[in-house]
Design a protein around this ligand. Structure first.
Ligand SMILES: C[S@@+](CC[C@H](N)C(=O)[O-])C[C@H]1O[C@@H](n2cnc3c(N)ncnc32)[C@H](O)[C@@H]1O
Length: 228
């Protein structure tokens, strides 16, 4: 899934992956189970391949600084405009930075418009956490290897990721979203990351669009990854 594929999808409004509701895993692990509100301003959450996810708005409204990266300018502009967030643009060599400074009601939100694979470690300065929903599973197996290598490069020891994956029989449906099995995750990540499985559930009954695409099983699993 090269960038052109995604740019075209945004251009054509084919954004079935976008959810209008807060992701329940995020709400639970960063809300109820998260650190107290007054401590959150020291935390900065990196959201790779962020689209225009409302999860970023929730994070910012709940005290977390946000840093996203997204290749589509349509998605980035849409995010700030839909939520009436004032923003300024800083043009750079690799990225166009869209920044909404902290104010009453939300912490700072910055989205880098550009290619995830152009990121370097210093771009993630002060990042403490990573939230990956529909990012790793947006990529075919061959690109997931590059994604993994980049994630290793971008993280210092102790960095935590909340990763939400989908697992299904890959032969029944062509992605995206792609299936990421627990085995694949262990094979790729276990040397460099501690992997904790947090929650998993059968979601096939809630996903008629995937049933129509031929799926007979579909599990959503949340993991916590900690960079060793
Ligand atoms: C399946 S969507 C998920 C978006 C978001 N995480 C969400 O939960 O709604 C994947 C997103 O990644 C973006 N994307 C794909 N490849 C990218 C790349 N190399 N660099 C930056 N963004 C990319 C696409 O434009 C798309 O918005």
């Amino acid at each position: 899934m090269q960038r052109d594929f995604w740019l075209e999808r945004w251009q054509n409004g084919e954004t079935g992956f976008h959810q209008e509701q807060l992701n329940p895993y995020l709400g639970y692990f960063y809300g109820e189970k998260g650190v107290p509100l007054e401590k959150r301003k020291t935390l900065k959450v990196f959201v790779p391949l962020c689209g225009k996810s409302v999860d970023m708005l929730w994070l910012a409204q709940n005290g977390y600084q946000v840093l996203g990266i997204e290749c589509s300018e349509i998605a980035v502009k849409d995010f700030f405009e839909t939520h009436d967030l004032e923003f300024r643009i800083v043009e750079g060599k690799r990225f166009k930075r869209y920044i909404s400074d902290a104010r009453e009601g939300h912490a700072r939100v910055e989205i880098l418009q550009g290619d995830f694979f152009d990121l370097v470690l210093r771009d993630l300065e002060a990042v403490t956490d990573i939230y990956d929903r529909a990012s790793m599973i947006a990529l075919p197996e061959i690109m997931r290897l590059d994604y993994f290598k980049k994630m290793v490069e971008l993280q210092d020891e102790g960095m935590r990721t909340l990763l939400v994956t989908l697992t299904y029989p890959q032969e029944e449906m062509s992605g995206p979203p792609f299936s990421v099995s627990e085995n694949e995750l262990n094979d790729l990540y276990s040397e460099k990351f501690k992997i904790d499985k947090l929650l998993g559930k059968d979601i096939l009954a809630d996903e008629p669009r995937f049933q129509q695409r031929g799926l007979t099983a579909l599990y959503e699993i949340a993991f916590k990854l900690t960079r060793k």
